[in-house]
Design a protein around this ligand. Structure first.
Ligand SMILES: [Zn+2]
Length: 120
């Protein structure tokens, strides 16, 4: 019995771990023989991209290679059809910016700016 590694998915592009419930795009791929009996079918592969990578791939130029172009077209379809992925990508970006800003604030304590308001 083969165990499919369906848990702990990682974005193929940036290697970010995709927790369940995270907005992402999954590509399923399998191969099967045609015109051959009995028909042979490969195991299915699942490839995942996080929301940010999906959006940036979809916005980017077409990649090289027939398989890559096919995947790129599918991702474009999904990203173009629903703004939820775009929003998730922006939310992730804002989260990173917020983290950077709070880290900065810890290093450089906020200056009290009350003096500016004392002038009449
Ligand atoms: Zn990613």
């Amino acid at each position: 019995m083969r165990k499919e590694p369906l848990e702990n998915l990682y974005c193929l592009r940036c290697n970010r771990e995709l927790e369940s419930g995270h907005k992402s795009v999954a590509l399923y791929m399998f191969a099967q023989t045609v015109g051959v009996r009995p028909r042979q079918k490969s195991t299915a592969q699942r490839i995942c991209f996080c929301a940010q990578c999906s959006v940036s791939l979809a916005m980017g130029p077409a990649p090289e290679g027939a398989l890559n172009v096919a995947a790129w077209k599918m991702i474009r379809d999904l990203v173009g059809a629903d703004p939820a992925l775009n929003e998730a990508a922006w939310e992730n970006l804002r989260g990173v910016m917020g983290y950077l800003q709070s880290a900065e604030a810890e290093v450089v304590p906020r200056q009290a700016c009350a003096g500016e308001y004392i002038e009449f």
